[in-house]
Design a protein around this ligand. Structure first.
Ligand SMILES: [Zn+2]
Length: 372
């Protein structure tokens, strides 16, 4: 009996040994396939320094994914009427493409679809030029924006059932993916508060989760025609009430049931800024790919990357690959971030985006070395 046990023990040891031989290097790609950075695309005048930042700061930290929130900061040829007054040219975008190619960084351009069609008291370009796409045309933009307000206005949404809206936004999506030579597109889709509104003749009375899921599927299917993947924020797919996550980083308007209705090849950017919530497990168990996104609390970013690596190491093979990695999110403009990063805009607080970015990538490098 003892002999049999020792043979079994030996077999178990051998199995363990063969799975991970001691001293074998664990490449960062195996530890954390996505090592990302998400920021507003630079203004043309910020481009030189942003390229330097990619070369000297992102590349050495082994960042391999750059999500650029472009929106209307590009000189679109398909819809020139939607361009910002100052916008990146094709030649300028190609400089970004070149520096990222040189450093093996994939660019994922973002244009906010569905929600975030206004900000504070400013209407975004889409609804300014095409007011007929507005889900809530009777909600007028205030002169001075305050939250909360009587209209429950956070940001405007477009109507996902308007018959013309997709021909306009998909032309932008195609053009921005082409110019950035991207195989993935980020559609935003966070914090959608206006959806299925009673004042919309097309959406009123419909199931809000189905409306949200329908728009995700429509965008995903469009991208799939050219072999591109859809990335999006995850907050609308979490139940804000039951989880206690609230109405910003999760949903209070019943969109969360859409998690069971959307295609499984979507990549969820799961942002949690105040706590290292364990929600990546929920997304992965639903069959969805997920990356965790910190913002400005370095301590949380460190815990979140440790969690992400632990999730990968302690999961079934079916689940493991869905835990894709980490993306640092920056919510200031690129210029403001660079001012802070290069010390031109002194910040004394501990909880800053710059400190969070550094702490996240220090931890990734530390864990990668430990795993070697
Ligand atoms: Zn509608």
């Amino acid at each position: 009996m003892k002999h049999i046990l020792s043979i079994m023990l030996f077999a178990i040891c051998c199995t363990t040994f063969s799975q991970k031989p001691e001293g074998s290097p664990v490449k960062p790609d195996n530890m954390l396939p996505v090592r990302g950075f998400c920021i507003t695309a630079p203004q043309p005048k910020e481009l030189d320094e942003f390229i330097k930042f990619i070369d000297e700061e992102l590349a050495p930290r082994s960042v391999n994914t750059l999500i650029l929130r472009v929106d209307y900061n590009y000189q679109y040829e398909s819809h020139p009427e939607l361009r910002d007054s100052v916008a990146l040219s094709k030649k300028e975008v190609k400089r970004l493409v070149a520096v990222c190619k040189r450093n093996n960084i994939g660019i994922i351009p973002q244009v906010n679809l569905l929600g975030h069609q206004s900000w504070a008291n400013r209407t975004g370009n889409l609804l300014k030029v095409y007011p007929e796409f507005d889900e809530t045309p009777s909600v007028k933009m205030p002169e001075k924006y305050v939250w909360p307000n009587a209209d429950g206005l956070y940001c405007k949404s477009y109507c996902p059932l308007h018959p013309e809206v997709h021909s306009v936004v998909f032309a932008l999506v195609d053009e921005i993916c082409d110019v950035f030579e991207a195989d993935a597109f980020h559609a935003g889709m966070d914090e959608v508060f206006y959806i299925g509104e009673s004042q919309c003749p097309r959406c009123s009375g419909r199931d809000i989760a189905e409306l949200f899921a329908g728009e995700v599927r429509t965008i995903r299917d469009h991208l799939a025609i050219k072999g591109r993947k859809l990335w999006m924020w995850g907050d609308r797919l979490l139940d804000g009430k039951t989880t206690g996550l609230g109405e910003w980083e999760a949903s209070f308007n019943n969109t969360y049931r859409a998690i069971d209705m959307i295609p499984k090849d979507v990549v969820i950017c799961d942002w949690h800024y105040e706590r290292p919530d364990q929600t990546p497990v929920y997304f992965a168990m639903k069959g969805l790919n997920v990356v965790t996104c910190p913002w400005r609390v370095p301590g949380n970013a460190v815990l979140q990357v440790q969690d992400m690596v632990r999730f990968r190491n302690h999961s079934t093979p079916e689940m493991k690959d869905r835990f894709m990695g980490m993306v640092q999110t920056v919510w200031s403009g690129a210029g403001q971030f660079l001012d802070s990063f290069y010390g031109r805009r002194p910040e004394n607080a501990v909880n800053t985006t710059v400190n969070c970015f550094k702490a996240l990538y220090d931890e990734i490098q530390k864990m990668s070395a430990l795993n070697n």
